[in-house]
Design a protein around this ligand. Structure first.
Ligand SMILES: CC(C)(COP(=O)(O)OP(=O)(O)OC[C@H]1O[C@@H](n2cnc3c(N)ncnc32)[C@H](O)[C@@H]1OP(=O)(O)O)[C@@H](O)C(=O)NCCC(=O)NCCS
Length: 427
């Protein structure tokens, strides 16, 4: 077998170092041996946006962006989306295995027994003004849970950890629905533990058609949650890991993750896609819109991905679900614009040469809108789906003996030391 090392020659000095290769990576700290003077700090790797830096070892989610592959704990996303429920997938992500039938029954019951929210949390949720963005409310709700469950600070106690996981999965949909109904000035609907997870959520949101949640819509919601459930070290998960690396409690870490997700380049993209499609308004206007994208005036939202340089496998599934949902809700006219826009982009050299394909957000918003969700709440739906992934990543981090507090380095390009000037002498 070939030698598993990397030899680097520093051409400034002619010095050579040999670094071990493990899993196709080298330990970045090894670069510190490269010095010109003995008292130099040594070299670092420069990687804004962490495009090529592995920050952890993980066993949860595998993404091959070139081939368009996504697997949770080894299972292809297509099979999970077709055969599993969201809570089953949450179990898989958190504990590493698909549950047996009896374990799944217990797990479902445990989560659904924790869907009531504390009256103090309700109090917090009632304080927001009518035009408050639901993501701001969600960030606050999760942070507020930190104050309600102070024992969550014991992040190295696995039983206490699991208790917070159950609370988050159980309570988040209720908090979201409570806040939503409150914003609309409508009465709050209590959670119903006898319903399925997604069915209960739609029930609390009042998306019940003529009385009962349509099973096709409940299943579509469940599948959309599954598709969002984890995506390895994305922006919000990395934010969560960074925060949790200081042993902050999981609610604080989750509040940070939700905040990171809020941005339009991440979970806010589904909302931005809908606004973009509405602005285009007509398939005839697509060529002019694409010209604006190519002139870098706007981005084609829902397209492109840091990791996928191929069709995002989740986007294929979402596109299929859209038509199943439309059979129940009636079509969303924006789907025709989206399909034509996708086709035009995929035939255009600008997008082809940059390997820009639809991502999960391109079609999801159209479904949410058809189901009756307002646009502002779309990123919140992403967050509800992502919760088990965040929690699984948090549990993995807490058990990882190699992890330390996250603390990147910088290249300092500011002023060298200079003399302090009294205020009267400054120019
Ligand atoms: C997801 C995203 C942030 C990834 O960013 P990234 O990995 O840093 O990719 P870059 O911004 O370096 O893009 C590489 C090239 O493609 C272009 N590009 C990437 N996404 C684009 C988009 N959505 N529309 C137009 N051009 C895009 C960039 O301008 C760049 O072109 P250049 O090399 O000529 O400068 C980016 O693709 C994006 O903004 N997409 C739209 C938002 C979105 O849908 N986000 C949800 C992700 S799930």
């Amino acid at each position: 077998m070939s030698k598993q090392t990397l030899t680097i020659t520093d051409n400034r000095t002619g010095n050579t170092i040999e670094l071990p290769i493990e899993h196709d990576t080298i330990p970045a700290i090894g670069l510190r041996q490269l010095k010109v003077q003995a008292d130099d700090f040594g070299m670092m790797a420069y990687d804004p946006g962490y495009t090529n830096t592995a920050s952890c070892k993980s066993r949860i989610t595998y993404v091959d962006g070139d081939k368009g592959i996504l697997r949770y704990r080894g299972y292809p996303i297509e099979q999970l989306a077709e055969k599993s429920t969201f809570l089953e997938v949450a179990h898989l992500l958190l504990f590493g295995e698909l549950p047996t039938a009896s374990k799944l029954t217990d797990w479902n019951a445990r989560i659904m027994a924790h869907t009531q929210i504390d009256k103090d949390l309700k109090g917090v949720l009632k304080t927001f003004r009518g035009d408050a963005h639901p993501m701001g409310i969600l960030i606050s709700a999760v942070a507020a849970m930190s104050t309600l469950y102070p024992e969550a600070k014991q992040v190295h106690d696995s039983e206490i950890r699991l208790q917070q996981v159950v609370r988050v999965l159980g309570q988040l949909p209720t908090a979201v629905a409570f806040a939503y109904q409150n914003l609309l000035g409508r009465p709050h609907t209590d959670p119903d533990g006898a319903l399925g997870y997604s069915e209960n959520f739609l029930h609390m949101m009042g998306l019940t058609g003529d009385g009962e949640v349509d099973p096709v819509l409940a299943r579509a919601m469940d599948v959309l949650f599954i598709l969002h459930a984890d995506h390895e070290q994305n922006c919000s998960t990395s934010a969560l890991r960074n925060i949790a690396s200081s042993d902050a409690d999981p609610y604080c870490a989750l509040a940070g993750a939700v905040a990171a997700l809020y941005g339009p380049l991440h979970g806010g993209a589904n909302e931005a896609v809908l606004r973009m499609l509405a602005e285009i308004g007509d398939t005839k206007k697509i060529p002019a819109f694409l010209e604006r994208v190519k002139n870098r005036e706007v981005r084609l939202m829902g397209f492109g991905h840091r990791v996928y340089k191929n069709y995002d496998p989740r986007a294929q599934i979402v596109k299929k679900i859209a038509y199943e949902v439309f059979d129940v809700t009636g079509s969303n006219p924006l789907i025709d614009i989206a399909v034509a826009l996708e086709q035009a982009a995929l035939e255009d050299d600008y997008f082809v040469s940059r390997r820009l394909y639809p991502n999960v957000d391109f079609y999801s918003g159209i479904i949410y809108q058809a189901m009756g969700f307002p646009v502002e709440i779309f990123p919140v739906l992403f967050a509800l789906g992502r919760a088990p992934g965040w929690l699984a990543q948090w549990m993995e981090l807490m058990d990882d003996a190699e992890q330390r507090i996250a603390r990147p380095r910088q290249i300092f390009l500011g002023e060298a030391e200079r003399a302090y000037l009294p205020i009267g002498e400054r120019g």
